[in-house]
Write a new protein. Structure first.
Length: 74
């Protein structure tokens, strides 16, 4: 079991489960204002699944490069 100090050193959504992590990604994709706020504070390593990291990283990288989020079709 990890101590509170360890949790602060290695922040992660792992303890919240896969469903929670997917809902965070869903909220980022559906709510552009929320996504803009999360760019500065959300690290893709918070997710425990590789596909979650890839989706989030691509989404944020697109915003940083083009100053807009990718459309739902993309």
């Amino acid at each position: 079991m990890s101590t509170p100090e360890e949790a602060q050193e290695n922040p992660s959504f792992v303890n919240f489960g896969r469903t929670y992590q997917e809902k965070v990604i869903q909220a980022i994709i559906e709510d552009k204002d929320f996504a803009e706020q999360m760019i500065e504070v959300l690290d893709v390593t918070f997710f425990d699944q590789k596909y979650m990291r890839i989706v989030t990283d691509y989404y944020f990288a697109n915003y940083k490069q083009y100053d807009t989020f990718p459309s739902a079709q993309i």
